[in-house]
Unconditional design. Structure first.
Length: 592
């Protein structure tokens, strides 16, 4: 019942969506907002020290701040890295599944040495300000730059947000980590077992990492247990009141919104249909309509392949200006950074580690991560299209002639007029339906074409194939007869698309989900024997869903000797944080 109330409250908000931030109108509005619990987030990562040429790996966990259970409110989270000037090095959009997600960032040589802050949040969390946002310190060392003054200078006014005394907290009463031995040789297999002794009390989402223990004296990362204590008093609901602006939650996917104004009057236009298309072979079509303030919105739920969007107004009676909405930023004025400083004694260690990174990166192609393939997007909505490869037929110069001479069931109606449209014939043999004169949905390289007369003379020599279905569709409040998808050889139709009342612009994609490479050394496979192995992160599993009592994993040590930490970090399904650490040693074989 409570979840239903929360969703109903969000739907009421979305139905009244206004500008980049929603303004609370009255007491009833405020009451609905108070029903939506505030959120909080935790980000686990492989820091806090990262050198140029290394990856920063992370997993994000978002919670209902009232119950500490994984959130059911936001489906999109954000992980960002900020420098001491409060500039964003990156801001990743992460799709959340049951409140959890993950990603990574390659630290290039363009990023200077310095103290940074890793942030984790949702749009809904922004309403509570910086105090609600997850914050942890990251130190980046770029040995390729001559100027290291940022880390060498005295930062007496800097404040470390981490207490090194609090990091040793560990709980192994619920879940334990075991390895078959405590000492290993380079390139030797390690058998790792995870034991859950508490049944359902141990079920939850965790990350596992095996990383070389830092040789430099640096505050440890914020683990899940110390995070739980630090954010125990996080806001449970929004603090805004009537007349205040708020950020709305992305409850159904990526929230896309904007405003349409008349060029003649400069006034927002109400009740105007807006079509949003994501180009590409797996295109997406979304429909919206402007409200009384000229605002439109839509959610992108599916895993899109293209970082571009096309927003179009079908009405051609006048010219409009389309503006995409952009959420405001968090106020980072009070953000503090660690007081970490480099010493001359650390120069040799940094140089050696950097050299090993360079060698390791030279063989990156032999150790690739793989991107997980999402469910394909079916632009025909389950229909089986007829596909015409134009090279198999006599070529005609224009699209209009090609439809007439090559493509069955499709052609232009009201030809040679400004109202010309492509019509696909109905399939009366397969479907019992009334005759209609509906236009077809037409896509070129995934770009929705609202006015078909504009493409009558399109150069058909650029077209590789045409696919069509004869089913009826409804987009918004308009009926269509069939879909015709035109694919060009170069897939570049969007590059020159400049239709009236259209806006083409980038729309940041969520980070891709990956299967991270796990190095193995098998006796029958000698392909890696001559490849150097200088990994400091031996194993990274960003999201382990524990639902049983016993889990078995294996990984191999690298050529880098020393002490490694096996760390399990995460939360049970009811929100209890767990942090378990075990150390192993990697030592060279003693030859006597």
């Amino acid at each position: 019942m409570k979840t239903t109330q929360i969703l109903a409250a969000i739907i009421i908000l979305i139905a009244n969506l206004g500008h980049a931030q929603y303004v609370i109108k009255d007491g009833s509005d405020l009451l609905n907002l108070k029903k939506v619990p505030q959120e909080k987030a935790y980000v686990d990562h492989n820091g806090p020290l990262v050198l140029s040429g290394e990856y920063l790996y992370y997993s994000i966990h978002c919670f209902n701040a009232q119950t500490n259970n994984p959130t059911k409110i936001s489906t999109i989270g954000y992980v960002a890295l900020v420098n001491e000037a409060r500039d964003f090095v990156f801001e990743h959009k992460v799709k959340l599944s049951k409140g959890h997600g993950y990603g990574d960032f390659f630290v290039s040589t363009d990023i200077p040495s310095g103290r940074y802050k890793l942030l984790g949040y949702t749009q809904w969390m922004k309403n509570a300000g910086l105090s609600q946002v997850f914050k942890d310190d990251i130190v980046i060392i770029n040995p390729y730059l001559v100027d290291q003054s940022t880390l060498l200078e005295n930062k007496s006014d800097a404040i470390s947000s981490i207490s090194t005394d609090a990091i040793s907290v560990s709980d192994s009463s619920t879940i334990t980590i075991r390895t078959n031995r405590s000492t290993y040789q380079p390139r030797e297999k390690v058998n790792l077992s995870i034991k859950n002794y508490k049944g359902t009390l141990g079920h939850g989402f965790y990350s596992i990492k095996v990383k070389r223990k830092e040789e430099i004296d640096i505050p440890s990362s914020l683990n899940s247990v110390t995070y739980g204590n630090a954010y125990f008093n996080a806001n449970k609901e929004i603090k805004q009141t009537i007349g205040d602006s708020i950020f709305l939650p992305e409850q159904r996917g990526e929230l896309l919104y904007g405003t349409v104004k008349s060029n003649e009057t400069g006034i927002p236009v109400e009740n105007l249909p807006v079509v949003i298309s994501i180009p590409g072979k797996e295109s997406l079509l979304k429909f919206s309509k402007t409200d009384q303030n000229g605002n439109f919105y839509s959610y992108i739920r599916k895993d899109r392949k293209n970082p571009m969007i096309v927003i179009q107004v079908e009405d051609q009676s006048q010219t409009y200006t389309i503006e995409k909405g952009t959420p405001g930023s968090i106020d980072l004025t009070d953000l503090s950074f660690s007081n970490f400083k480099l010493s001359k004694e650390q120069a040799e260690y940094i140089t050696n580690r950097s050299v090993l990174n360079q060698i390791e990166n030279q063989f990156f192609s032999a150790k690739p991560d793989s991107i997980l393939q999402s469910n394909p997007i079916d632009i025909f909505n389950g229909g089986i299209p007829e596909v015409i490869i134009l090279d198999e037929y006599t070529r005609f110069p224009t699209l209009e002639e090609t439809l007439v001479e090559v493509v069955k069931f499709a052609g232009f109606r009201k030809a040679n007029s400004s109202e010309a449209y492509i019509r696909i014939g109905q399939d009366f043999k397969s479907y019992d339906e009334e005759y209609n004169a509906f236009p077809a949905i037409v896509l070129i390289d995934g770009v929705y074409i609202p006015h078909h007369e504009q493409i009558r003379t399109f150069d058909a020599r650029k077209i590789e194939k045409i696919s069509l279905t004869r089913d009826q569709f409804r987009l918004g409040q308009k009926e269509y007869q069939g879909i015709i998808s035109i694919e060009t050889f170069d897939e570049d139709f969007l590059d020159t698309y400049t239709a009236k009342n259209s806006l083409v612009l980038p729309f940041t994609k969520p980070v891709a989900k990956k299967n991270y490479f796990v190095q193995t050394y098998q006796t029958e496979d000698t392909s890696f024997n001559r490849i150097p192995d200088y990994r400091r992160l031996l194993y990274w599993n960003p999201l382990l869903n524990i639902e049983a009592s016993d889990y078995q994993f294996e990984f191999f040590t690298s050529d880098v000797e020393g002490t490694y930490e096996v760390i399990l970090n995460g939360f049970t399904s009811y929100g209890k944080p767990l942090h378990v650490v075990k150390e192993i040693e990697v030592v060279a074989k003693n030859i006597n």
